[in-house]
Design a protein around this ligand. Structure first.
Ligand SMILES: [Zn+2]
Length: 257
């Protein structure tokens, strides 16, 4: 299997990947509080893991490379709970513009910004709409959990999708870095229920900014008590499969008109 990690490759090897029109995955994470039982690197660690697994799988069919992870994103809503380093949107756009421009200047065209943090979703859609036109390349973004939503719903017991410091994130972390999980504290990280959340958040049709603290006092949403490494391994595999399917789809990368 060929090496897919940018940081492990030499410049000449990266140049040859560009010459072969390799797909680039840029994992975009966050550094923010993740409740009483998980560390602040969860989103960055998991999106990197999924990007590497997907790329290793896809490398059997296409040339592909994974850049170092963007470790900070839009996490202002977590700030009041501590442990959080947030970018503002202008900095986020400027940083990703520089990353993507560097790729394009080296000859890469097909770039996927793979997101691992809910707070980045709206911003990444705007970033891609701006930069795809500006750089004239088929730039794309996705978040791994909506992409693998059907499989995730089948695997999870207490929730349908990824929430925060929840059954899903705790399981995946148990599979990747069990020493970073304090399962003894999961009983303090349960809730709020969907009904309680609906009362705070309201309808999807209206958006207003809310602090995460307004939804949960302990910083988690979901139920991590049923998390397991085995479940985490299945979630990671499902996410990697889904990402690999997108990046190996030639039609997906056809140039925009
Ligand atoms: Zn998270």
């Amino acid at each position: 299997m060929s090496e897919v990690e940018w940081w492990r490759l030499k410049a000449a090897e990266i140049n040859s990947l560009a010459a072969r029109d390799a797909v680039v995955i840029v994992p975009v994470g966050s550094t923010e509080q993740h409740g009483p039982h998980l560390p602040t690197q969860v989103d960055s660690l998991l999106v990197r893991e999924i990007a590497l697994r997907a790329a290793r799988q896809a490398s059997r069919m296409i040339p592909i490379v994974v850049t170092p992870t963007v470790w900070s994103g839009l996490a202002e809503h977590h700030m009041s709970l501590g442990g959080t380093i947030s970018l503002d949107f202008g900095t986020f756009l400027a940083l990703l513009r520089c990353v993507c421009r560097s790729m394009v200047r080296q000859g890469f065209r097909r770039i996927l910004l793979l997101n691992g943090h809910g707070g980045n979703i709206a911003a990444l859609t705007v970033v891609v709409n701006e930069l795809a036109v500006e750089l004239d390349v088929p730039l794309a973004t996705t978040s791994y959990w909506p992409l693998a939503s059907e499989a995730f719903a089948r695997i999870l017991e207490r929730q349908k999708t990824v929430r925060h410091a929840c059954e899903a994130e705790t399981s995946m972390l148990l599979a990747v870095a069990p020493d970073l999980v304090d399962m003894g504290k999961t009983a303090d990280a349960v809730g709020p229920t969907s009904r309680e959340l609906a009362e705070v958040v309201g309808t999807d049709a209206v958006h207003r900014w809310r602090s995460f603290k307004a939804r949960t006092t302990h910083g988690a949403i979901g139920d991590p008590r049923t998390a397991s490494a085995e479940k985490g391994e299945r979630l990671l595999k499902a996410a990697a499969d889904a990402v690999s399917k997108v990046v190996t789809n030639g039609d997906f990368w056809a140039l925009p008109s």
